[in-house]
Design a protein around this ligand. Structure first.
Ligand SMILES: Nc1ncnc2c1ncn2[C@@H]1O[C@H](COP(=O)(O)OP(=O)(O)OP(=O)(O)O)[C@@H](O)[C@H]1O
Length: 275
Protein backbone atom coordinates (compact mmCIF):
# COMPACT_ATOMS: atom_id res chain seq x y z
CA UNK A 1 0.00 0.00 0.00
CA UNK A 2 1.12 3.59 -0.61
CA UNK A 3 1.23 6.45 1.88
CA UNK A 4 -2.54 6.97 1.99
CA UNK A 5 -4.04 5.01 4.88
CA UNK A 6 -7.58 3.97 4.08
CA UNK A 7 -10.13 1.26 4.62
CA UNK A 8 -12.90 -0.01 2.41
CA UNK A 9 -16.51 0.51 3.48
CA UNK A 10 -19.71 -0.75 1.94
CA UNK A 11 -20.23 -1.66 -1.69
CA UNK A 12 -21.74 1.30 -3.51
CA UNK A 13 -22.08 -0.12 -7.00
CA UNK A 14 -21.76 -3.69 -8.25
CA UNK A 15 -21.67 -5.09 -11.77
CA UNK A 16 -22.51 -8.78 -11.42
CA UNK A 17 -21.85 -11.27 -14.26
CA UNK A 18 -23.26 -8.91 -16.88
CA UNK A 19 -23.55 -10.25 -20.40
CA UNK A 20 -25.01 -8.49 -23.40
CA UNK A 21 -25.80 -9.85 -26.82
CA UNK A 22 -27.10 -8.10 -29.90
CA UNK A 23 -28.76 -10.52 -32.33
CA UNK A 24 -26.94 -13.40 -30.66
CA UNK A 25 -23.60 -11.60 -30.99
CA UNK A 26 -21.77 -11.30 -27.64
CA UNK A 27 -20.79 -7.72 -26.80
CA UNK A 28 -20.24 -8.03 -23.05
CA UNK A 29 -19.21 -11.32 -21.51
CA UNK A 30 -19.31 -11.89 -17.78
CA UNK A 31 -18.44 -8.34 -16.74
CA UNK A 32 -17.77 -8.03 -13.03
CA UNK A 33 -16.74 -4.87 -11.23
CA UNK A 34 -17.36 -3.18 -7.94
CA UNK A 35 -17.04 0.26 -6.39
CA UNK A 36 -16.58 0.37 -2.63
CA UNK A 37 -16.60 3.32 -0.30
CA UNK A 38 -13.01 4.40 0.30
CA UNK A 39 -12.68 5.68 3.84
CA UNK A 40 -9.72 7.95 4.49
CA UNK A 41 -9.51 9.11 8.11
CA UNK A 42 -9.97 12.85 8.49
CA UNK A 43 -11.19 13.64 5.02
CA UNK A 44 -14.18 13.19 2.76
CA UNK A 45 -13.19 11.11 -0.22
CA UNK A 46 -15.57 10.12 -2.97
CA UNK A 47 -14.81 7.51 -5.61
CA UNK A 48 -13.65 8.20 -9.17
CA UNK A 49 -13.36 5.33 -11.65
CA UNK A 50 -11.69 5.84 -15.01
CA UNK A 51 -13.30 3.44 -17.47
CA UNK A 52 -11.07 2.79 -20.47
CA UNK A 53 -11.24 0.48 -23.44
CA UNK A 54 -10.65 0.41 -27.20
CA UNK A 55 -13.24 1.78 -29.57
CA UNK A 56 -16.19 -0.58 -30.07
CA UNK A 57 -15.38 -2.80 -27.06
CA UNK A 58 -18.69 -2.05 -25.35
CA UNK A 59 -18.05 0.89 -23.02
CA UNK A 60 -21.24 2.73 -24.02
CA UNK A 61 -23.20 -0.51 -23.78
CA UNK A 62 -22.02 -1.09 -20.19
CA UNK A 63 -22.46 2.62 -19.41
CA UNK A 64 -26.14 2.40 -20.41
CA UNK A 65 -26.66 -0.73 -18.32
CA UNK A 66 -25.03 0.92 -15.28
CA UNK A 67 -27.31 3.92 -15.78
CA UNK A 68 -30.36 1.64 -15.84
CA UNK A 69 -31.14 2.75 -19.40
CA UNK A 70 -30.66 -0.69 -21.01
CA UNK A 71 -31.13 -4.18 -19.62
CA UNK A 72 -28.33 -6.74 -19.91
CA UNK A 73 -29.02 -10.13 -21.48
CA UNK A 74 -28.09 -11.64 -18.11
CA UNK A 75 -26.57 -10.48 -14.84
CA UNK A 76 -27.34 -7.18 -13.15
CA UNK A 77 -26.02 -3.90 -11.79
CA UNK A 78 -26.98 -2.90 -8.26
CA UNK A 79 -26.41 0.33 -6.33
CA UNK A 80 -26.43 1.20 -2.63
CA UNK A 81 -26.64 -2.48 -1.64
CA UNK A 82 -30.22 -2.81 -2.93
CA UNK A 83 -31.19 -6.34 -3.95
CA UNK A 84 -32.64 -5.32 -7.34
CA UNK A 85 -31.29 -3.97 -10.62
CA UNK A 86 -30.48 -0.27 -10.81
CA UNK A 87 -33.30 1.95 -12.10
CA UNK A 88 -33.04 4.81 -14.56
CA UNK A 89 -32.54 8.07 -12.67
CA UNK A 90 -30.57 6.56 -9.77
CA UNK A 91 -27.33 7.10 -11.66
CA UNK A 92 -26.92 10.57 -13.18
CA UNK A 93 -25.62 10.73 -16.73
CA UNK A 94 -23.56 13.65 -17.97
CA UNK A 95 -23.63 13.18 -21.73
CA UNK A 96 -21.02 14.69 -24.01
CA UNK A 97 -23.32 17.38 -25.36
CA UNK A 98 -24.40 18.53 -21.85
CA UNK A 99 -28.10 18.51 -22.73
CA UNK A 100 -30.13 21.12 -20.87
CA UNK A 101 -33.59 22.52 -21.55
CA UNK A 102 -32.72 25.37 -23.89
CA UNK A 103 -35.92 27.33 -23.27
CA UNK A 104 -35.38 27.37 -19.52
CA UNK A 105 -32.88 29.46 -17.56
CA UNK A 106 -30.05 27.87 -15.58
CA UNK A 107 -32.11 28.32 -12.40
CA UNK A 108 -35.21 26.79 -13.93
CA UNK A 109 -33.24 23.82 -15.31
CA UNK A 110 -31.71 23.14 -11.92
CA UNK A 111 -34.95 23.66 -9.99
CA UNK A 112 -36.58 20.98 -12.14
CA UNK A 113 -33.85 18.56 -11.08
CA UNK A 114 -33.77 19.63 -7.41
CA UNK A 115 -37.53 19.36 -6.98
CA UNK A 116 -37.37 15.67 -7.81
CA UNK A 117 -35.63 15.15 -4.46
CA UNK A 118 -36.59 18.11 -2.25
CA UNK A 119 -40.10 18.31 -0.86
CA UNK A 120 -40.31 22.12 -0.63
CA UNK A 121 -39.48 24.67 -3.30
CA UNK A 122 -37.49 26.76 -0.83
CA UNK A 123 -35.29 23.79 0.15
CA UNK A 124 -34.75 23.03 -3.55
CA UNK A 125 -33.82 26.67 -4.23
CA UNK A 126 -31.36 26.74 -1.31
CA UNK A 127 -29.70 23.60 -2.63
CA UNK A 128 -29.46 24.96 -6.18
CA UNK A 129 -28.01 28.26 -4.96
CA UNK A 130 -25.39 26.51 -2.86
CA UNK A 131 -24.28 24.42 -5.88
CA UNK A 132 -24.25 27.51 -8.11
CA UNK A 133 -21.98 29.27 -5.61
CA UNK A 134 -19.77 26.20 -5.26
CA UNK A 135 -19.31 25.98 -9.03
CA UNK A 136 -18.90 29.72 -9.64
CA UNK A 137 -22.15 30.07 -11.54
CA UNK A 138 -24.14 32.20 -9.12
CA UNK A 139 -24.20 35.20 -11.48
CA UNK A 140 -25.42 33.00 -14.37
CA UNK A 141 -28.65 31.71 -12.84
CA UNK A 142 -30.83 33.89 -15.06
CA UNK A 143 -29.11 33.03 -18.34
CA UNK A 144 -30.26 30.45 -20.88
CA UNK A 145 -27.98 27.46 -21.72
CA UNK A 146 -27.08 28.98 -25.11
CA UNK A 147 -25.61 31.96 -23.24
CA UNK A 148 -23.12 29.81 -21.29
CA UNK A 149 -19.56 28.90 -22.23
CA UNK A 150 -18.70 25.23 -22.79
CA UNK A 151 -17.17 24.89 -19.30
CA UNK A 152 -20.13 26.64 -17.63
CA UNK A 153 -22.53 24.39 -19.49
CA UNK A 154 -20.59 21.31 -18.36
CA UNK A 155 -20.74 22.50 -14.72
CA UNK A 156 -24.45 23.17 -15.03
CA UNK A 157 -25.07 19.68 -16.45
CA UNK A 158 -23.05 18.14 -13.60
CA UNK A 159 -25.05 20.04 -10.97
CA UNK A 160 -28.29 19.01 -12.68
CA UNK A 161 -27.38 15.32 -12.53
CA UNK A 162 -25.97 15.43 -8.98
CA UNK A 163 -29.18 17.07 -7.76
CA UNK A 164 -31.44 14.27 -8.90
CA UNK A 165 -29.29 11.12 -8.78
CA UNK A 166 -28.34 8.98 -5.79
CA UNK A 167 -24.68 10.00 -5.46
CA UNK A 168 -23.75 8.30 -8.78
CA UNK A 169 -22.56 10.11 -11.86
CA UNK A 170 -21.53 8.64 -15.19
CA UNK A 171 -19.59 11.00 -17.41
CA UNK A 172 -19.25 10.26 -21.10
CA UNK A 173 -15.99 11.52 -22.61
CA UNK A 174 -15.76 14.68 -20.47
CA UNK A 175 -12.27 15.47 -21.82
CA UNK A 176 -12.87 15.34 -25.55
CA UNK A 177 -11.91 18.47 -27.41
CA UNK A 178 -10.43 20.23 -24.36
CA UNK A 179 -7.14 22.12 -24.35
CA UNK A 180 -4.60 21.30 -21.62
CA UNK A 181 -5.79 24.04 -19.26
CA UNK A 182 -9.46 23.07 -19.56
CA UNK A 183 -8.50 19.43 -19.17
CA UNK A 184 -6.81 20.18 -15.82
CA UNK A 185 -9.81 22.25 -14.77
CA UNK A 186 -12.17 19.40 -15.64
CA UNK A 187 -10.05 16.95 -13.61
CA UNK A 188 -10.17 19.44 -10.72
CA UNK A 189 -13.94 19.70 -11.09
CA UNK A 190 -14.44 15.92 -11.13
CA UNK A 191 -12.30 15.53 -8.00
CA UNK A 192 -14.26 18.33 -6.34
CA UNK A 193 -17.65 16.78 -7.14
CA UNK A 194 -16.46 13.35 -5.97
CA UNK A 195 -15.14 14.72 -2.70
CA UNK A 196 -18.30 16.67 -1.84
CA UNK A 197 -19.75 13.56 -0.26
CA UNK A 198 -18.22 10.36 1.05
CA UNK A 199 -20.71 8.33 -0.99
CA UNK A 200 -20.28 10.15 -4.30
CA UNK A 201 -19.11 7.89 -7.12
CA UNK A 202 -18.14 9.16 -10.53
CA UNK A 203 -17.42 6.84 -13.44
CA UNK A 204 -15.63 8.57 -16.29
CA UNK A 205 -15.77 6.84 -19.66
CA UNK A 206 -12.96 8.02 -21.88
CA UNK A 207 -10.35 7.24 -24.51
CA UNK A 208 -7.92 9.63 -22.83
CA UNK A 209 -5.58 7.42 -20.81
CA UNK A 210 -3.59 10.30 -19.29
CA UNK A 211 -6.69 12.22 -18.18
CA UNK A 212 -8.33 9.08 -16.78
CA UNK A 213 -5.19 8.21 -14.81
CA UNK A 214 -4.85 11.73 -13.48
CA UNK A 215 -8.39 11.97 -12.09
CA UNK A 216 -9.25 8.40 -11.08
CA UNK A 217 -8.54 6.44 -7.94
CA UNK A 218 -9.44 3.22 -9.77
CA UNK A 219 -9.09 2.35 -13.45
CA UNK A 220 -11.13 -0.31 -15.23
CA UNK A 221 -9.63 -1.54 -18.47
CA UNK A 222 -12.15 -3.27 -20.71
CA UNK A 223 -11.20 -5.56 -23.57
CA UNK A 224 -11.52 -8.96 -25.18
CA UNK A 225 -9.72 -12.22 -24.46
CA UNK A 226 -7.41 -13.79 -27.02
CA UNK A 227 -7.71 -17.43 -28.10
CA UNK A 228 -4.79 -19.87 -28.52
CA UNK A 229 -4.32 -18.76 -32.14
CA UNK A 230 -3.98 -15.12 -31.03
CA UNK A 231 -7.40 -14.00 -32.29
CA UNK A 232 -9.72 -11.81 -30.25
CA UNK A 233 -12.69 -13.70 -28.83
CA UNK A 234 -16.04 -11.86 -29.10
CA UNK A 235 -17.39 -10.35 -25.90
CA UNK A 236 -15.57 -7.90 -23.62
CA UNK A 237 -14.99 -7.92 -19.91
CA UNK A 238 -13.00 -5.86 -17.42
CA UNK A 239 -9.57 -7.31 -18.10
CA UNK A 240 -7.58 -5.32 -15.59
CA UNK A 241 -8.12 -2.99 -12.65
CA UNK A 242 -5.62 -0.58 -11.16
CA UNK A 243 -5.86 0.87 -7.67
CA UNK A 244 -4.20 4.29 -7.75
CA UNK A 245 -4.63 4.85 -4.02
CA UNK A 246 -2.34 1.90 -3.32
CA UNK A 247 0.18 3.43 -5.72
CA UNK A 248 -0.20 6.85 -4.12
CA UNK A 249 -1.24 8.32 -7.44
CA UNK A 250 -4.55 9.95 -6.57
CA UNK A 251 -5.33 13.26 -8.18
CA UNK A 252 -3.69 16.46 -6.96
CA UNK A 253 -2.79 19.59 -8.90
CA UNK A 254 0.41 19.00 -10.83
CA UNK A 255 0.24 15.20 -10.70
CA UNK A 256 0.58 14.99 -14.49
CA UNK A 257 4.18 16.22 -14.31
CA UNK A 258 5.42 13.71 -11.70
CA UNK A 259 7.71 10.98 -13.05
CA UNK A 260 5.89 8.25 -11.08
CA UNK A 261 2.68 9.27 -12.80
CA UNK A 262 4.25 9.38 -16.27
CA UNK A 263 5.63 5.88 -15.73
CA UNK A 264 2.19 4.61 -14.65
CA UNK A 265 0.48 6.12 -17.71
CA UNK A 266 3.07 4.41 -19.92
CA UNK A 267 2.25 1.06 -18.28
CA UNK A 268 -1.52 1.54 -18.75
CA UNK A 269 -1.00 2.54 -22.39
CA UNK A 270 1.05 -0.60 -22.96
CA UNK A 271 -1.71 -2.75 -21.42
CA UNK A 272 -4.28 -0.84 -23.47
CA UNK A 273 -2.45 -1.64 -26.72
CA UNK A 274 -2.67 -5.37 -25.97
CA UNK A 275 -6.50 -5.26 -25.69
N1 LIG B 1 -28.26 -1.27 -30.75
C1 LIG B 1 -27.27 -2.04 -31.21
N2 LIG B 1 -27.52 -3.08 -32.03
C2 LIG B 1 -26.54 -3.87 -32.47
N3 LIG B 1 -25.23 -3.71 -32.15
C3 LIG B 1 -24.92 -2.69 -31.33
C4 LIG B 1 -25.91 -1.80 -30.82
N4 LIG B 1 -25.29 -0.87 -30.04
C5 LIG B 1 -23.97 -1.18 -30.04
N5 LIG B 1 -23.75 -2.25 -30.81
C6 LIG B 1 -22.45 -2.90 -31.06
O1 LIG B 1 -21.86 -3.17 -29.80
C7 LIG B 1 -20.45 -2.98 -29.86
C8 LIG B 1 -20.01 -2.07 -28.73
O2 LIG B 1 -20.51 -0.77 -28.97
P1 LIG B 1 -20.31 0.41 -27.90
O3 LIG B 1 -20.93 1.64 -28.46
O4 LIG B 1 -20.78 -0.06 -26.57
O5 LIG B 1 -18.70 0.52 -27.90
P2 LIG B 1 -17.76 1.65 -27.27
O6 LIG B 1 -16.68 0.92 -26.53
O7 LIG B 1 -18.55 2.63 -26.49
O8 LIG B 1 -17.16 2.31 -28.57
P3 LIG B 1 -16.57 3.81 -28.81
O9 LIG B 1 -15.41 3.96 -27.88
O10 LIG B 1 -16.13 3.75 -30.25
O11 LIG B 1 -17.68 4.78 -28.57
C9 LIG B 1 -20.13 -2.43 -31.25
O12 LIG B 1 -19.62 -3.48 -32.03
C10 LIG B 1 -21.49 -1.97 -31.78
O13 LIG B 1 -21.56 -2.16 -33.18
Amino acid sequence: MGNTAYSLGKTLLKVESVTLEYDGRPILKNVNAEVRDVIVPGRIQGQVVGFLGPSGCGKTSLFRIIAGLNEPTSGRVTVNGLDRPVRAGEVGVVAQSYPLFEHRTVMSNLMLAAQQKESSASAAKDKVMSYLREFELEDKYNLYPAQLSGGQRQRCAIIQQILCSEHFLLMDEPFSGLDLLMLEKTCELIAKVANMDELNTIIVVTHDVTAACSVADHIWLMGRDTDAAGNKVPGSRIMKEYNLIDMDLCWHPGIITSSKFTEFVREVKEDFRKL
